[in-house]
Design a protein around this ligand. Structure first.
Ligand code: NAI
Ligand code: MG
Length: 497
C-alpha cells in the first residue's frame, strides 16, 4: 500500500502530445552522381542528362540520362537479341527461378529501396516501406509461380511469348509499376525495355543492381531513362511487339493513335475519378478511415483514388464533421519521417496542376476546408483538402486532380448514387460502404468501374486483376488476366484438341 500511496510527482506529465521527429536514415542508400542507361546488362553512357531531385526540398540527387532515339534503338536491339538467344525458349521453371530470386532480393533490400523511393518521389516512408515494397516483391513471387503453368492458365490455347515489350510507367508508384510490368512480361517469356517516369528514375536504376545479383541474362530487361520523348521513341520503334503504358489519358490516347494499324499489342492504364459511396447504414468511423485512405494515401497521386465522395443525404452532416476532425490529425511533412501521413507533391508541375484545379473549385462556388498545418518552405507541398457544396458540373468533380483533394457530393437513393457515380468519362475503381451485402452486389453490378471495393478502399493483391473501363484504358494487370497481354495464342481447332 505504501508504494501506491507515494505521490507520483517525479513522473513528468507531458503537456505536449505532438510527435517528435522520427526520420529514417538515408545512409543505407548510395546514389551515384550520374547514371547512364542499362542496356544489354551494361551501363551505356548517356550523351545528354538532366537532374533528378528530391521533391521534399528540391535537393539535387543525381544526373540521369535523357534517352535518345538511338539509345532506345540499342536497348530494343539488346532485348531482341536476348529474346532470340534463349530467354523465349527457356523452360518456364527456369524463368521462374530468376523471378523468385528477384522477389527475394527485393525483400532483402526493401529498406534501401523504400528510402530511395520516398526520397526521389516524395511519398511517406511508411507507405513505401509497408505498401510499395511488399507489393512489388509479391508481384514477382506471384508471376514466378505462373511461369511454368501457362498451359494450365490457358488450356487448349497454346500460349507463346509475344517478343519485346516496351513499357512506360508513371511516377506515383515507380518501383511497384515496374514490378507490375516486368514480372508478367518475363514470366511469359518476353524481354523488356522499360522507361521510368522522368521525375522518379532512381529505384528503377537501383533495380538494375538486383538484376545483376539475380544473374538475369543480359538484355532480358533494359532500362532507358528520359522524358516523354524517350517514351515516344519506344512506342514507335518497329522492333517492339507490345506496348504497355500507365499514365495520363492524354498520352494514352496519343499512343493508341500512333499504334493504330501497326498490329502491335497495347494495354493502357490511364486516369480515374473514382466514386467512393457511403450509405447511411455504413459503419461511419470505418468509412471515414476508408475515405482518408482513399484520397490522401500517396498525396492522392493514385489513379484509382476515391476522389469523389458520395454521401447519403441523411448522414451528410455527421460524416463531414467526422471527416474534417480526422483530417486535422493527419501529419503532413518530411517523407522520410516514420510518422508522416502525407508527404511531398511529386513535382512542381503536379503542384501547379493541383493548385489550378483547387482554385477553380473555389471560383465555381464550392466550399473549401483545409486543416491547420504548417507546410515546409522548400519543396512541393499541398495541404489535405475537402470540398463540400460541389456540383457535378464543377471541374473538381469531373477532372482528375491527382492530389490530396476530395470533392463531396450527396445522393438520396441507390439508383441516384449509381447514376452520379457513373457520370464520368473514367471507370477505373469505385468504393461502396454499407452494412448490406445484397446492396454491395446490386451496386457492383451497376458501377462501371474495373475494381469495386466494398467496405474498404485501395486494397491490392497481385492475384487480383486491375484495369479500367472507358477513358481509364483497357487490358488488365495482376492475376491470371495480367498474363494475357504478354502472350500470343495459337488456338487449337477443336475443343480439347
Ligand atoms: P504522363 O502521361 O505524361 O507521363 C506518364 C509516363 O509517360 C512518363 O513516363 C512519361 O515520360 C511518359 N510519356 C509522356 N509523354 C509520352 C509520349 N508522348 N509517348 C510515350 N510516353 C510518354 O503523365 P504526367 O504528365 O506525368 O502527369 C499528368 C497527369 O496524368 C497527372 O496529373 C495525372 O492526372 C495523370 N497521371 C495518371 C497516372 C495513372 O496512374 N493513371 C500516372 C501519372 C499521371
Ligand atoms: Mg505529361
Amino acid at each position: 500500500m505504501a508504494e501506491l500511496d507515494r505521490p507520483q510527482a517525479e513522473v513528468a506529465v507531458p503537456d505536449d502530445w505532438t510527435y517528435a521527429s522520427a526520420p529514417e536514415s538515408r545512409d543505407i542508400v548510395h546514389i551515384a552522381d550520374r547514371y547512364g542507361h542499362f542496356v544489354g546488362g551494361e551501363w551505356l553512357d548517356a550523351a545528354e542528362t538532366y537532374e533528378t531531385i528530391a521533391p521534399r526540398d528540391e535537393e539535387p540527387l543525381a544526373a540521369v540520362g535523357q534517352g535518345s532515339e538511338a539509345d532506345v534503338g540499342r536497348a530494343v536491339a539488346a532485348a531482341r537479341d536476348a529474346y532470340a538467344d534463349g530467354w523465349s525458349s527457356l523452360p518456364g521453371s527456369e524463368r521462374a527461378k530468376y523471378l523468385f530470386r528477384i522477389a527475394r532480393l527485393l525483400q532483402e533490400r526493401s529498406r534501401e529501396f523504400a528510402v530511395l523511393e520516398s526520397l526521389n518521389g516524395g511519398k511517406p516512408i511508411k507507405e513505401s516501406r509497408d505498401v510499395d515494397l511488399p507489393l512489388a516483391a509479391a508481384h514477382f513471387f506471384y508471376y514466378a509461380g505462373w511461369a511454368d503453368k501457362l498451359e494450365y492458365a490457358f488450356p487448349n490455347r497454346r500460349p507463346r511469348p509475344v517478343g519485346v515489350a516496351g513499357q512506360i510507367i508513371p511516377w506515383n508508384f515507380p518501383l511497384l509499376m515496374l514490378a507490375w510490368k516486368v514480372a508478367p512480361a518475363l514470366a511469359c517469356g518476353n524481354t523488356v525495355v522499360l522507361k521510368p517516369a522522368e521525375t522518379t528514375p532512381l529505384t528503377a536504376l537501383l533495380f538494375c543492381d538486383v538484376l545483376r545479383q539475380a544473374e538475369l541474362p543480359a538484355g532480358v530487361v533494359n532500362i532507358v531513362t528520359g522524358d516523354g520523348r524517350t517514351g515516344a521513341a519506344l512506342v514507335v520503334n518497329e522492333e517492339v511487339d507490345k506496348v504497355a503504358f500507365t499514365g495520363s489519358t492524354e498520352v494514352g490516347k496519343e499512343i493508341q493513335r500512333r499504334l493504330a494499324g501497326t498490329g502491335k499489342k497495347l494495354t493502357l492504364e490511364l486516369g480515374g475519378k473514382a466514386a467512393n459511396i457511403v450509405f447511411d447504414d455504413a459503419a461511419l468511423d470505418q468509412a471515414v478511415e476508408g475515405i482518408v485512405n482513399g484520397i490522401y494515401f500517396n498525396q492522392g497521386h493514385v489513379c484509382c483514388a476515391g476522389s469523389r465522395l458520395f454521401v447519403q443525404e441523411s448522414i451528410y452532416e455527421p460524416l463531414v464533421a467526422k471527416l474534417e476532425r480526422r483530417l486535422a490529425t493527419l501529419r503532413v511533412g518530411d517523407p522520410l519521417d516514420k510518422n508522416t501521413d502525407v508527404g511531398a507533391i511529386n513535382s512542381a508541375a503536379q503542384l501547379e496542376k493541383i493548385e489550378e484545379l483547387v482554385a477553380s473549385g473555389v471560383e465555381e462556388g464550392a466550399q473549401i476546408y483545409q486543416p491547420p498545418c504548417i507546410l515546409p518552405e522548400k519543396g512541393y507541398w499541398f495541404a489535405p483538402t475537402v470540398f463540400t457544396n460541389v456540383a457535378q458540373s464543377y471541374r473538381i468533380a469531373q477532372e482528375e486532380i491527382f492530389g490530396p483533394v476530395l470533392s463531396v457530393l450527396t445522393f438520396r437513393t441507390p439508383e441516384e448514387a449509381v447514376e452520379k457515380a457513373n457520370n464520368t468519362p473514367y471507370g477505373l475503381s469505385a468504393g461502396v460502404w454499407t452494412e448490406k451485402g445484397s446492396r454491395i452486389l446490386w451496386m457492383a453490378q451497376r458501377l462501371r468501374a474495373g475494381v469495386v471495393w466494398a467496405n474498404t478502399f485501395n486494397r491490392f493483391d497481385p492475384s487480383s486483376p486491375f484495369g479500367g473501363y472507358k477513358e481509364s484504358g483497357f487490358g488488365r494487370e495482376g492475376g491470371r488476366h495480367g498474363l494475357e497481354p504478354y502472350l500470343d495464342f495459337e488456338e487449337s481447332e477443336t475443343f480439347g484438341g
